[in-house]
Design a protein around this ligand. Structure first.
Ligand code: PCA
Length: 211
């Protein structure tokens, strides 16, 4: 039975909500079918999130890892293509840790590409009427570090891993911030999970960005 690990994050930066954690809990409530779903809401701390991700990978040996987090300001559901080996925090994490110019994994490669079928996921979201574009930076905070740690740990294995950044859920972000209904974010994660479980290979499609 294929196993999917789906994670979100707790609130951070003084906020009281994080749509990623809420959506992950909502996906778990509705999950059906034979694929095994493991969900977890991770702490927004560099050390805690990386350690918890490693422990979950060890314990559950998932076939697919889909980590998610909030990127307030984004207008769409954005699968991330790249995680970089850089922790450089503009704000403290939830235990006050604020690394600067640090490696996520000392001695690790500069970056990893997501091993999830990111274009297939984005296309499936678009087909379902959910705004989605690929992102080429997950930032240098806890989300990027968690994605990097998952890809580092699963490198060379059959496990596919990646990350999706989400906009605010409607009614929860700062005034004027772009948002989607929480139900849409929940549906987006369920669609992404099903596509990731079903497709080992990505689709061929034009992508990328002009700078
Ligand atoms: N977003 C932050 C950390 C937790 C979250 O949901 C980030 O993008 O790094």
């Amino acid at each position: 039975m294929p196993t999917l690990l789906l994670t979100g994050f707790e609130p951070f930066a003084g906020d009281t909500v994080n749509p990623s954690g809420d959506a992950v809990r909502a996906v778990a409530e509705r999950w059906t079918g034979s694929d095994r779903l493991i969900t977890e809401v991770l702490p927004v701390t560099f050390d805690g999130a990386i350690a918890r991700m490693a422990a979950l990978l060890d314990e559950h040996r998932p076939d697919v890892v889909l980590a998610t987090g909030l990127a307030g300001g984004r207008t769409a559901v954005t699968p991330e293509r790249i995680a970089v080996n850089l922790a450089d925090a503009r704000i403290p994490d939830n235990v006050g840790h604020r690394p600067q110019d640090a490696a996520v994994v000392e001695g690790g490669p500069a970056a990893y590409f997501a091993t999830l079928p990111v274009k297939a996921i984005s296309a499936a979201l678009g087909a379902a009427g959910i705004p989605s574009t690929l992102s080429h930076t997950a930032g240098t905070f806890v989300c990027n570090a968690t994605m990097y740690a998952a890809l580092h740990a699963t490198e060379g294995t059959a496990t596919r891993a990646g990350f999706i950044h989400l906009p605010w859920a409607e009614g929860t972000g700062p005034d004027g911030a772009p948002s989607l209904p929480i139900e849409t974010i929940r549906d987006a994660l369920e669609i992404a999970a099903r596509v990731a479980l079903a497709s080992e290979d990505d689709v061929a499609a034009a992508g990328g960005e002009l700078s």
